[in-house]
Write a protein that binds this ligand. Structure first.
Ligand code: ZN
Length: 177
């Protein structure tokens, strides 16, 4: 049974480590990790989560975009596990958009990211996949990928003026919709 796990918070040194490559995707421990990550993302209204966030420093991420109270305008997709992913190409266009992080509760910031990326990853069945991601889903991927490098979205900001509280963010999106 998959069980949601607690998400570690900024200040925990694991979030600043480089995550290890997964050697064997079929390993029962990795398959269980994937199930627990999906359960954790669903329970916390996350649209993505990286294994280091539950204290397991492996290159495993879930991209699970869907509308929810934290991101009411997110596109709908099946939760997808991406193992040992790489960015192969990116657009020259960089766009700023709002992000938050389950490991940094209470704040949001406008983060510059590539508008589109081409990626390669191993899926949970061990197959190599190639995909082109754009806009919000490309943003989720780049955010989670940074967790493998020991980076968080605050490290990417152009200015601290781009930071707001979760409460102000919620007011803003209610006004917009
Ligand atoms: Zn995060």
């Amino acid at each position: 049974m998959a069980e949601p796990l607690s998400v570690i918070q900024l200040g925990n040194p694991i979030l600043r480590q480089k995550a290890a490559t997964v050697e064997n995707v079929q390993d029962e421990k990795i398959q269980r990790l994937i199930d627990n990550l999906i359960a954790t993302a669903l329970e916390t209204n996350g649209v993505g989560i990286a294994a280091p966030q539950i204290g397991q420093s492996y290159q495993v991420m879930i991209v699970a975009s869907r509308p929810n109270p934290r991101y009411p305008h997110a596109p709908q997709m099946e939760p997808t596990a991406m193992i040992n992913p790489k960015i192969i190409a990116s657009t020259t266009e960089v766009v700023k958009g709002w992000e938050g992080c389950l490991s940094i509760p209470g704040i949001r910031a406008l983060v510059p990211r590539y508008q589109g990326i081409e990626i390669e990853y191993t899926d949970r069945n061990g197959k190599l996949q190639k995909r082109v991601l754009t806009d919000f889903v490309a943003r989720i991927f780049q955010h989670e990928y940074d967790h493998f490098e020991g980076l968080v979205f605050l490290d990417r900001l152009e200015s601290s003026l781009d930071i707001i509280t979760e409460q102000e963010y919620q007011k803003m999106i209610v006004k917009k919709s």
